[in-house]
Design a protein around this ligand. Structure first.
Ligand code: ZN
Length: 212
């Protein structure tokens, strides 16, 4: 029995670097699926920490909410380790290629992700479906993943408890992130649980009330 679809969670610790600065950060890792198979949302810092959440399940995909280094740093190593070494595709929105290339320079050892994310793409796993919402602003290729039948959305660094993600550094756009949140995330029901890239959960209703 594969059991019902569920959301599992881990936290990894490490750094985030951009524009010549480095910060200590804790990142959420979200794993969505049933007892047999799952999708991993973001690959920060620590492969073993992520695999501890996955367990012995088949990994259908490694989905990156955006390409800041604290969300993709170990995606290639994770790809090599899952499914008995057979791997799983790394998925990223192609608008984040400039950020990906900061983390993984495209020299002779360079590699890209495997499959492009696009708005409206549906990822089926373990009896549930993740629908991609392209929400540029924090990063040009930032996406959120909506699981309507689980009543939750995975927002990466687009929406946190307390408001929008940071837009002070390169490749970010402060007006665009608010537009994305209003147009795409606030179109979801108020009781939708928001699983963020850093820190605590919130709900669409709570953030709608905060942002106004
Ligand atoms: Zn970020």
């Amino acid at each position: 029995m594969a059991g019902p679809a569920r959301v599992d969670h881990g936290v990894t610790s490490g750094t985030f670097s951009l524009d010549g600065q480095t910060f200590d950060v804790d990142n959420n890792v979200w794993v969505v699926g049933d007892d047999d198979e799952c999708v991993v949302i973001d690959a920060p810092h620590d492969v073993d920490g992520i695999l501890a959440v996955v367990g012995d399940r088949r990994v259908r995909a490694i989905v990156c909410t955006h390409a800041h280094d604290d969300h993709v740093r170990v995606a290639p190593q994770l790809r090599e380790r899952v499914n008995g070494g057979q791997g799983a595709p790394i998925m990223l929105h192609p608008d984040d290629r400039p950020l990906w290339e900061l983390t993984f320079p495209q020299d002779e050892h360079g590699y890209l992700w495997d499959l492009d994310l696009a708005d409206g793409v549906r990822i089926d796993v373990g009896g549930t479906t993740l629908t991609v919402l392209h929400t540029p602003g924090h990063a040009p290729g930032a996406v959120c993943l909506h699981a309507s039948d689980l009543g939750c959305v995975f927002t990466g660094d687009t929406l946190f408890q307390g408001g929008p993600g940071a837009t002070g550094r390169s490749f970010s756009d402060a007006d665009l992130i608010v537009e994305s949140i209003r147009a795409r995330l606030f179109a979801l029901p108020d009781d939708t649980v928001v699983h963020t890239g850093h820190g605590d959960d919130t709900t669409i209703g709570a953030e709608r009330a905060t942002l106004g």
